[in-house]
Design a protein around this ligand. Sequence first.
Ligand code: A3P
Length: 300
Amino acid sequence: GFWHFHGFWYHSKADFSVEAIMALQDDFQALPTDVFLASHPKSGTTWLKALAFAILDRNKFKIGISSCPTHPLLYISPHDCVPFIESESFLNNPSYANGLMHTHIPYTSLPTSINSSDCRIVYLCRNPKDVLISYWHFLNKLKDDGSTPTKLDDAFELFSRGMSPYGSFWDHVIGYYKASLERPNKVLFLKYEDLKKDPEKEVKKLAKFIGNPFTKEDEFDGSVQKIIELCGFENLREVNKDGKQSPKVCSDDIYFRKGVVGDAVNYLTTEMIQTLDKITKEKFDECVRQEIVKLENPQF
Ligand code: A3P
C-alpha cells in the first residue's frame, strides 16, 4: 500500500518516512550553520555525502589517500559520516558533529525550521532513467532473503506513476529546483551528470556554497583533486566492499553498483525511454507554464 502525504506518495510497507517527516516537523530545530544534503533516492547521495564531508572536515583530517591513512572515508561508509535525519537512530538521538546532515524529504515537506533558518541545502539531481535502473537494482539487492525479484516492468510502472519511496521523482526535483531559483543563497542545485563530467568545477562550487571554499593554497597542494580521488567510486567501493557496517537496513556495498551516466539504456526498452522522456518534458513544460522556470532547461 501507499500513503499520500503533502502531495507525495510513500510506500507504507516497511517505510517510516511519513512518520519520520511528521516527527521531524515537531521536534527538529535547524541551526543557521547547518548544511542539509538532499536528494531523491539513487541520485548519488552516497557520493555527495562523501564529498561534502571531505570538504567540510578537510582541516581536521588531512586529505589524500596515501598521505592520510586515517581519513574516516578510508574505513567507514559515507552513510556513517553524515546522518540521515529521517532514520530511526537520528530521531532517537539527533546528534551530529559538523552540522552536516542528509534527507530524502521533498522540499515542501521539510521541517519548517529548515526553511525558516539560514541553513543551506544542497540538492543532487540525476537523470530519471538512471535513477530508475539504479533503484531497481537496489531493490532487488535488498531482497537477499530469496523472495521473488521485482520485475523491471513493475518498477518502471510505479516509477513513472510517481510511486517512488519519497514520491514522484519529477515533483521531488522540481520542488528543489524551484527553491534553488527563488533562494539561490539557500539552495544549491547540482547534477550527478555534471559531477561526473567536471568534478573539479562542481566540487569547488559545492565547497564555496557550504562555506569552506578552496583557497589558493589548497589549489596549490592539490586538495581538490585529492578529495575527488578519495570520494571516487572505485575508492569508496573498495572501502565498503565487505559491507561490514553497523546495524542498518542493508550493508554499504550495495550503494556502489556501476556509478556511470547512461547505464539505463542497457536495460530500458525504447518505449520505456520514450515514456520517461515524455513525462520529463511534460513536467518541464508545466514548470514553464507556471513560470517556475523561464528559459533555462534543467535537462534532468
Ligand atoms: P548506479 O546504481 O547507477 O551504479 P544513492 O547513493 O543515492 O543511493 O545512489 C546510488 C548510485 O550512486 C549508484 O548508481 C551508485 O553506484 C552511485 N555512486 C555511489 N558512489 C558513487 C561515486 N563515488 N561516484 C559516482 N557514483 C557513485
